[in-house]
Design a protein around this ligand. Structure first.
Ligand code: NAD
Length: 253
C-alpha cells in the first residue's frame, strides 16, 4: 500500500469462520482491521491472532441489523482506527427449513442479518469512502443464491445481495468505490458443521460427501474466500466492479 497510514477495513461476522480468516488476511495485507461481531468479546481471538502476527485490529460489538449499533460501531472505528475505506459484509445466520415449516421469524432473521445488515453497514461506510474518494465493498453471497432446498429465506437473501452489490457498483463508482460479491460454495465452518448436525450427519462424512460433487474434489476453506476478498479489495482491482465471483471449486449448474 502506498499510504503511510494503513487503510482501515471493516469485516463483519469476523469472530470466526470466513470473516475471521478474511480479517486475518486483510491485516496481513497491511490493513488496520475492525473485527465486528455480535459481541465485542467474541472478536478477541481474531484480534489476538492479528496482533500476534504484528498487525493492527480492534474488536467491535454490533448487531449489523441494528441501525443504532451500526452507527455507534462506525463512530468507534473512525475514532480508533480512522475512516474505513474497505467493508466486507460477511455476517450471516442460517434458519433453514422447508417452506411449509418456515416461520415468519426464520424469514425475518435471515433477511435482516444478511440484507438489512449489508445495507446498514454499506450506508454507514460509504460516507467515509466518498470523503476519501476511494472504497472497496465486498458482500458475501452464496451458491445458494441459485436456489437451494430448505433455504427459501437464505437463497432470497443471497440473491438479494447480488442485486444490492450491482446497484452499489452503479451508484458509487464515480466516487472511486467498487462493490463486488463473493459467492462461496461449500466452506468448512461452524455454519456448515451446524447444517451437518441438523441433517444428522457426522461433519467429516458430510464434507467427504460434498467433496465428491465438487470438481476440485475438496470442500473450501475460509482462507479460499479470504484470498478472493483480498484481491477484490486491493487497489489494483479498481476496474472490477458489480461482479459476482463464485468460489466453489468449479462451475455451478
Ligand atoms: P459462521 O456461522 O461460522 O460465522 C458467522 C459469524 O457472523 C459469526 O461469528 C456470528 O456471530 C456473526 N453474526 C451473525 N449474526 C450477526 C449479526 N447480526 N451481527 C454481527 N455479526 C453476526 O459462518 P461462515 O460459514 O463463516 O459464513 C460467513 C458468511 O459466508 C455468511 O454470510 C454466510 O452466509 C456466507 N457463506 C458461507 C458458506 C459456507 O459454506 N460456510 C457458503 C456460502 C456463503
Amino acid at each position: 500500500m502506498s499510504e503511510q497510514t494503513p487503510r482501515v477495513a471493516v469485516v463483519t461476522g469476523a469472530a470466526r469462520g470466513i470473516g475471521a480468516a478474511t480479517a486475518v488476511r486483510l491485516a496481513a495485507d497491511g490493513y488496520a482491521v475492525a473485527v465486528v461481531d455480535l459481541e465485542e468479546s467474541a472478536g478477541k481471538d481474531t484480534v489476538e491472532k492479528i496482533t500476534a502476527a504484528g498487525g493492527k485490529a480492534i474488536a467491535v460489538g454490533a448487531d449489523v441489523s441494528n441501525a443504532d449499533q451500526v452507527a455507534a460501531a462506525f463512530e468507534r472505528i473512525a475514532a480508533e482506527l480512522g475512516g474505513p475505506t474497505i467493508l466486507v459484509n460477511n455476517a450471516g445466520v442460517l434458519r433453514d427449513n422447508l417452506l411449509f415449516k418456515m416461520s415468519e421469524s426464520d424469514w425475518d432473521t435471515v433477511l435482516d442479518v444478511h440484507l438489512k445488515g449489508a445495507f446498514l453497514m454499506s450506508r454507514a461506510a460509504q460516507k467515509y469512502m466518498v470523503d476519501a474518494g476511494y472504497g472497496r465493498i465486498v458482500n458475501l453471497s452464496s451458491s445458494s443464491a441459485l436456489g437451494n432446498r430448505g433455504q427459501a429465506n437464505y437463497s432470497a437473501a443471497k440473491a438479494g445481495m447480488q442485486g444490492f452489490t450491482k446497484t452499489l457498483a452503479k451508484e458509487l463508482g464515480k466516487f472511486g468505490i467498487t462493490a463486488n460479491a463473493v459467492a462461496p460454495g461449500f466452506i468448512a465452518t461452524d455454519m456448515t458443521a451446524a447444517t451437518a448436525k441438523r441433517v444428522g450427519m457426522d461433519f467429516e462424512d458430510f464434507k467427504k460427501a460434498a467433496a465428491t460433487a465438487i470438481p476440485v474434489q475438496r470442500v473450501g476453506t475460509p482462507e479460499d474466500i479470504a484470498h478472493t476478498v483480498s484481491f477484490l479489495v486491493s487497489e489494483g482491482a479498481g476496474f472490477v466492479s458489480g461482479q459476482v465471483v463464485y468460489v466453489a471449486g468449479g462451475p455451478l449448474d
